[in-house]
Write a protein that binds this ligand. Structure first.
Ligand SMILES: C[S@@+](CC[C@H](N)C(=O)[O-])C[C@H]1O[C@@H](n2cnc3c(N)ncnc32)[C@H](O)[C@@H]1O
Length: 296
């Protein structure tokens, strides 16, 4: 794909967005990139709250360990920029409790979408003032905010392979590839298994779980997440999506775990299995599901 494969469009709600002409997908349709980034990813993940944890002991000492955010499918960087705007707002408020640094790790196998967005940055208010950060990310794979509290690393290449050797361990995951109809490998059981292995093991019951947010509500996606070991829940609506999906390494990471009605629909579904189910025996997959604590 190249920069000529994208165009700026205005959605039915009047938001400015980008259409990928090759896969014929308007990103963040119809609410636009900024609203979707904030509704689906920033607010649901309670990013602001997680960057300002309740003080323990000496409240004047800022926590040193950063909050690690995996931004899967950097694309035009709307989600990552929304996270940066959120963090900058907190770090700028001196009256707030000491905040954690933010470390964003973005994954992308085709940087032409970011290059296109950067060329057209005037179309997107949220890009104003961030052009040099994006240029730095593209040329050096790294950017650090002037205050030193935000670091941003780019991992170019195929996420399904790179994640196997990724050193950072995520606290929050924004999972935003193209839709399963055109980007199936990213929604496969194999991909979610590898991602699950990259998440921290929860040994301390007080530790905050790692939680993933995504827009797909497809049954093969949710079932792949369950088979990979995630706990799965309903996410909030955004735009035309009456629901989204949240997945976590702990049931405590979910505000609304999938319920018996979802399982009843699954039992009746014609798409009960992950997209790459042919790599496994059906019996093995069903057994995995039956041994999941959420199964009913
Ligand atoms: C819907 S766009 C992401 C939009 C983006 N999150 C934003 O905020 O603007 C999906 C992105 O996922 C990327 N992608 C798809 N498959 C990938 C893979 N295997 N590894 C890394 N990135 C991938 C695409 O190249 C594309 O840029």
């Amino acid at each position: 794909m190249s920069v000529t494969d994208f165009e700026i469009v205005t959605t039915t709600t009047g938001a400015v967005s980008i259409r990928n002409k090759v896969v014929n997908e308007i990103m963040h349709n119809p609410v636009g990139p900024w609203q979707e980034a904030n509704d689906l990813y920033i607010r649901q993940s309670r990013l602001a709250e997680r960057l300002t944890p309740a003080p323990t002991g000496n409240a004047t000492v800022a926590p040193k360990a950063p909050l690690v955010l995996f931004d899967v499918g950097l694309g035009a960087a709307s989600n990552a920029l929304a996270a940066i705007h959120c963090a900058k707002g907190l770090y700028g408020e001196r009256a707030k409790a000491p905040s954690k640094p933010l470390h964003i790790v973005s994954f992308e196998n085709n940087l032409s979408l970011l290059e296109f967005a950067l060329k057209n940055s005037r179309a997107f208010d949220h890009m104003t003032g961030m052009e040099s950060a994006l240029e730095s990310l593209l040329s050096t794979l790294h950017w650090q905010s002037p205050c030193g509290m935000i670091t941003w690393d780019l991992r170019p290449g195929d996420f399904t392979k790179i994640i196997k050797t990724e050193a950072a361990s995520p606290d929050i995951i924004f999972f935003d590839p193209y839709s399963p109809s055109v980007n199936r490998e990213m929604w496969s059981l194999e991909c979610f298994e590898t991602l699950f292995r990259a998440m921290p093991r929860l040994t301390n019951p007080d530790a905050e779980p790692t939680t993933l947010f995504t827009y797909s509500v497809a049954t093969p996606v949710r079932v792949a997440m369950l088979m990979a070991g995630f706990y799965v829940g309903f996410g909030q609506a955004t735009g035309l999506k009456h629901e989204t999906t949240v997945a976590s390494n702990s049931i405590h990471g979910l505000a609304a775990p999938i319920d018996t009605r979802w399982w009843q629909r699954w039992h009746r579904s014609h798409t009960q299995m992950p997209y790459d189910a042919e790599k496994h025996s059906r019996e093995n997959l069903i057994n995995r599901l039956k041994s999941h604590p959420q199964y009913c």
